[in-house]
Unconditional design. Structure first.
Length: 309
């Protein structure tokens, strides 16, 4: 259902309102002060047409399985590598990712096998080391600049009070290991904090023809807002205006066929379930308002076909 718009170039990052004035950062400022690099790395084109795999999730989320310092990505596009390396989120796609990137950035696939000098890098370390590798082998240059544009502001419908399916994360429920799936028939409100199995990023499940379930555990409001942008297929970035701090668990169920009536996508609506905006209001206690907001734009200045090893 989710349509990630991979034919664009500029990437939207949600930023606080005080970033309203337009400015730009030097491409080198995108890197950490102390540049992290893989000890050894190889980049090879893959023409197998097979399924993309990796030894841990190459996404914007925090889910990570220690690999002893080994990074392995097979049959992956440059788009996927960029999403992981720069933590590009769904909101950023809505801003127009890769409008002028060459077509091979989405069609051609690559294998990357690398090893960190340390055997215990974090997922953030892996991102930074991949940034260095992309700069070296793809001659990648990027920067961020700030800009004002139309957004949806996300507000609490009642000040200081969330809905029944948006709750502060329960610290007694472990995030160090996946939770077992709730039993079939468990009421949705009871599942908040128990589904999905892992923490730090959202997931979705089609429960019937007219029911799509979106949810997450131990997520910041910025991360939830990003997920809702994808769930609602919004052409505008969603800007968090709730003022909520900390991390939350949430579950949202709505009729995905309703999105066209929301003015967010072109799908026809079926009246058998709540619309997206009805669901976030009734289940999460949130509402969307059209407004202008300051966002940060991620720009790819240069990219070239990878050099040989």
């Amino acid at each position: 259902m989710r349509r990630l718009l991979l034919l664009r170039f500029i990437v939207v990052l949600i930023a606080p309102a005080y970033l309203a004035q337009s400015s730009a950062q030097n491409p080198s400022s995108m890197m950490a002060p102390h540049k992290l690099e893989f000890e050894v790395a190889s980049v090879r084109e893959n023409k197998s047409g097979g399924r993309g795999t990796s030894n841990f999730p190459l996404d914007r989320g925090d889910v990570y399985f220690p690999t002893g310092g080994v990074f392995s990505a097979t049959n992956q596009s440059l788009v996927t590598l960029l999403i992981f390396a720069y933590k590009i989120n769904i909101s950023e796609f809505r801003g127009g990712l890769m409008r002028r990137l060459p077509s091979w950035a989405t069609t051609d696939k690559f294998d990357i096998n690398a090893r960190a000098e340390s055997g215990k890098p974090t997922k953030e370390d892996m991102r930074l080391m991949l940034q260095s590798l992309l700069e070296d082998r793809f001659n990648l240059k990027v920067h961020r600049e700030k800009r004002e544009m139309p957004v949806f502001g996300l507000y609490l419908t009642r000040p200081g009070k969330t809905g029944p399916q948006l709750r502060p994360h329960n610290p007694t429920l472990s995030c160090s290991a996946p939770l077992p799936l709730p039993a079939v028939g468990t009421p949705v409100a009871t599942m908040v904090g128990l589904w999905p199995a892992t923490c730090g990023d959202g997931t979705e499940a089609r429960t019937s023809k007219y029911r799509l379930r979106e949810g997450g555990r131990d997520m910041t409001m910025n991360a939830i807002v990003d997920w809702l942008t994808g769930a609602g297929e919004s052409d505008r970035p969603i800007l968090d205006q709730t003022g909520l701090n900390g991390t939350f668990d949430f579950i949202l169920e709505f009729d995905p066929e309703s999105l066209g009536r929301e003015g967010i996508s072109s799908a026809p609506r079926d009246d058998s379930g709540p619309t997206f905006t009805e669901a976030i209001r009734e289940q999460l206690g949130l509402q969307l308002k059209k407004e202008d907001g300051a966002i940060s734009i991620f720009v790819v200045d240069n990219v070239e076909y990878p050099s040989s090893n």
